[in-house]
Write a protein that binds this ligand. Structure first.
Ligand SMILES: Cc1ncc(C[n+]2csc(CCO)c2C)c(N)n1
Length: 228
């Protein structure tokens, strides 16, 4: 029998493919992505990671299976501590200090995605919450490992190689599998209505992943900025 995660991926396959072929990721893969777009992405991502870390911490607190607690708590720590190290390497490279970062306003898409995860953590059940958290792991590994495969060993010149290597990494693949196992177990233990809601949350979060790249590529402003 096909598990929930396989079904969810099949359900969103067009979207996942579109994330991989989005100009942001195609230009990241060949190194031609303009630095200002990557900097905008990093500034947004630094804020996203705090919200995501909080939502992971809620999953750790709410899991009915204590065996899953170390995974979610550890991922919360990684989101805030380890990923920040990746960011900081780039901030130094681009000469971006706290002042420059603070000057970049949280984008509509970043705020929407982060708020969505936090709302899910507050008001949904545990199965729906972890279904919403899964695309963050899975989509990044899918994109990172697909790019690494396309590069065929001519990568190190690419300024974005550290980003690509982080998400194509084997340890990271292990995290994706652990998260998928937890989601599959929660889906198997729930009823059909729960699985429908899980599919909805997984799909929505996958859409937000696409939108996050798209918003960085467009340096997404607030349409109301001129009205302030
Ligand atoms: C918008 C956005 N989505 C996903 C990730 C990837 N990511 C962030 S934290 C984490 C798990 C623990 O390290 C993963 C896989 C990102 N950086 N930004």
């Amino acid at each position: 029998m096909t598990g929930f995660c396989d079904r969810a991926w099949q359900h969103t396959v067009k979207l996942q493919q579109a994330s991989l072929t989005h100009p942001f990721n195609e230009e990241l893969a060949n190194g031609s992505l303009p630095a200002d777009r990557f900097q905008f992405y990093l500034a947004q991502d630094a804020r996203y990671l705090v919200g995501f870390g909080r939502a992971l911490s809620v999953a750790a607190a709410r899991t009915p299976d204590p065996a899953d607690l170390p995974f979610f708590a550890g991922a919360a720590r990684e989101a805030v501590v380890v990923e920040r190290e990746l960011h900081e390497g780039y901030f130094q490279r681009f000469g971006l200090g706290q002042t420059e970062l603070d000057a970049i306003e949280t984008s509509p898409t970043c705020l929407a995605y982060t708020s969505y995860l936090l709302a899910t953590a507050q008001t949904d059940g545990y199965p729906e919450l972890i279904a919403a958290l899964l695309p963050c792991f899975w989509v990044y590994h899918y994109v990172g490992s697909s790019i690494l495969r396309q590069q065929e060993g001519n990568g190190p010149e690419n300024p974005y190689q550290a980003w690509i290597d982080t998400y194509a990494d084997e340890d990271f693949a292990q995290s994706v599998d652990t998260c998928k196992e937890a989601v599959d177990r929660a889906a198997a233990a729930g009823d059909e209505a729960t699985r429908e809601r899980m599919l909805d949350r997984f799909t929505r979060a996958s859409e937000y992943e696409w939108m996050f790249w798209d918003s960085a590529y467009r340096l997404e402003p607030w349409p109301t900025a001129g009205l302030r």
